[in-house]
Design a protein around this ligand. Structure first.
Ligand SMILES: CC(C)(COP(=O)(O)OP(=O)(O)OC[C@H]1O[C@@H](n2cnc3c(N)ncnc32)[C@H](O)[C@@H]1OP(=O)(O)O)[C@@H](O)C(=O)NCCC(=O)NCCS
Length: 164
């Protein structure tokens, strides 16, 4: 039911087809997992089709190896009118030792649309933070949004000058 499930977790084993030439999981594969878990969380929360609007603060903190148990965790940390800001993390567990580490982390913004084809942004149920951890994460989302808005004029100017 929309507005009830704040978190989505995917769990699977890192496979030989996921790795790069150095034997570690591709950064691009980790980004695909982030987008998929974020999408599932955003659609579940909003009950609408959603598109990815931005990815901020992405960090690749450590390698993911073949056979690691991967957990991709997407958590809602702020809602606007039609936007949902999610903290999305990839954790990797060595099954033999049981050690789990944070491998990749970012904040993604998804926007709910009223229909998949040529849809317009549509309101989502609002999420209310509970407790200090939620408030800290919401503050982080708002700070990242502020920083990304501050960068927009620079990005636009560079794009226009360089015809990107
Ligand atoms: C995201 C998108 C729907 C926003 O459309 P828009 O006409 O700019 O809509 P609005 O200006 O009314 O903004 C709607 C919401 O999106 C948010 N938004 C728009 N651009 C954003 C960006 N670059 N980063 C973060 N949030 C953004 C706004 O803050 C607003 O949030 P709110 O409703 O909570 O206040 C549109 O830019 C788009 O379709 N982008 C392409 C998405 C895409 O193809 N993604 C990859 C494949 S899924």
């Amino acid at each position: 039911m929309p507005g009830t499930q704040r978190e989505v977790n995917f769990r699977f084993l890192a496979q030989p087809t996921d790795v790069n030439f150095g034997g570690k999981v591709h950064g691009g594969m980790a980004m695909k997992w982030l987008d998929q878990a974020g999408y599932a969380c955003a659609v579940g929360w909003s009950g609408a089709y959603c598109v990815t609007a931005s990815v901020s603060g992405i960090q690749f903190l450590g390698p993911i190896l073949i056979g690691d148990l991967v957990t991709v965790r997407a958590r809602l940390i702020h809602t606007g009118t039609s936007s949902m800001h999610l903290a999305v993390d990839v954790l990797a567990r060595d099954l033999r030792s049981g050690d789990e580490r944070l491998a990749t982390s970012c904040v993604m913004v998804f926007v709910a649309l009223d229909r998949p084809d040529g849809g317009r942004p549509t309101p989502v149920p609002s999420w209310v933070p509970k407790g200090e951890d939620d408030l800290r994460l919401q503050e982080y989302a708002l700070k990242l949004m502020e920083m990304s808005r501050a960068m927009e004029p620079l990005v636009t100017a560079i794009r226009q000058k360089s015809a990107i």
